[in-house]
Design a protein around this ligand. Structure first.
Ligand SMILES: [Zn+2]
Length: 103
């Protein structure tokens, strides 16, 4: 997860973090297995892109040492909205897989 990378290093250093991206990545990983669809990296990332283009970004700044706690708290506020949009995005990818497009 992105947040795990950002919590490494100087714990007092301030970082900028898009909570929405972390939430969408997690939600896609958790939901894709329930939808009877391809779960390859291409499909996962395409679903993330679709969902993140629909949802508003949500940035927080925090010290590295506090980031995980702050992100966890913020996630509770957006859980339902994120699940709705990631499910919609995953179903879109399921209907229209983009494996054959090389880019
Ligand atoms: Zn796939």
């Amino acid at each position: 997860m992105l947040v795990d990378e950002l919590t490494k290093g100087d714990q007092d250093e301030r970082v900028l973090f898009n909570v929405m991206e972390e939430m969408v990545r997690r939600s896609v990983d958790e939901t894709i297995g329930t939808l009877d669809m391809c779960d390859c990296e291409i499909c996962r990332l395409n679903a993330c892109a679709i969902a993140l283009n629909t949802l508003p970004p949500h940035y927080v700044t925090s010290k590295r040492g506090n980031l995980l706690a702050q992100v966890s708290g913020e996630m509770l506020n957006y859980k339902t909205q994120v699940l709705v949009e990631t499910t919609r995005a995953l179903l879109n990818v399921k209907e229209h897989p983009l494996h054959d497009i090389k880019n």
